[in-house]
Design a protein around this ligand. Sequence first.
Ligand SMILES: [Fe+2]
Length: 295
Amino acid sequence: MAIYVTGDTHGINAHGPFSFDGYLRRFSTTSFPEQDEMTKEDYVIICGDFGGVWSTNRSRAEEPSSEKAGLNWLEQRPFTTLFVPGNHENYDRLTGCRNQRLMDSWFYAEMPCEEKKKLSQGYPRNVWHGGHVRTLRPSVMMLERGDIFYIDGKTCFAFGGARSHDIQDGILDPADYPDEETFNKVYRARCSEMIRIRGISWWDAEMPSSEEMEYGRRNITSFMEKHGQIDFIFTHEAPASDKLFLGYSDKDELSRYLESLQNSMNYGKWFYGHLHDNRRVFNHYLLYEQIVRIC
Ligand SMILES: [Fe+2]
């Protein structure tokens, strides 16, 4: 049995405005030939920006056909795919839409009540290997924030999420406009700016809530009291000191939270994505397109 880790995959393939990588290529037998020897008891963990659940369908909660085919392809791989969520994920579809204002607006006017109910629930939430997952397929799962999982004999803490850095000019909220025509007029006037649209290309849940942060801290504290050390940490965002070392601002709330966790625990190795590079900072690993075996 083995665990492999990689960085952001950004969706199914390299097409589309928000996808320039794609897991079809990353996990093809050409770029990942190790899979020939793998079984479903072997794991590949993506450190956020999985992107396989991305499109917004405003009339149905079901997967669009391209995403369905992509997830089925992943399910057919001879390994189990796990991911922590990043900032570029459709959280409304993954973990359930909590934005009642958007659900009640013109944006979802075409969606029947039954479908809205499904959208509000996201993928099934299950307990798996000691923590909570969202099950996209039997062997394609999202690791929820703040849980500790027992994977392949290793203890693993997962805490996905990050603040998008491509929203300098703001977020457009469809629910702020009376109808689609008015919204489109505003969007067309601003589409050259660095903006994203709530519910289409940006979701509030990219950043963890204070409850999720507290939940993660509690779990780590009690695990440290009982066991003294955890093997692996999987996040999308990097701890603040790594950001600074790698030349990024360390002012982000989540980076600082991760830094404070780092200072309160003993751990083996820490893996994260988000910064789109492959670098090592002591026992921390920033991963992008590399796929590395860690045990
Ligand atoms: Fe990314």
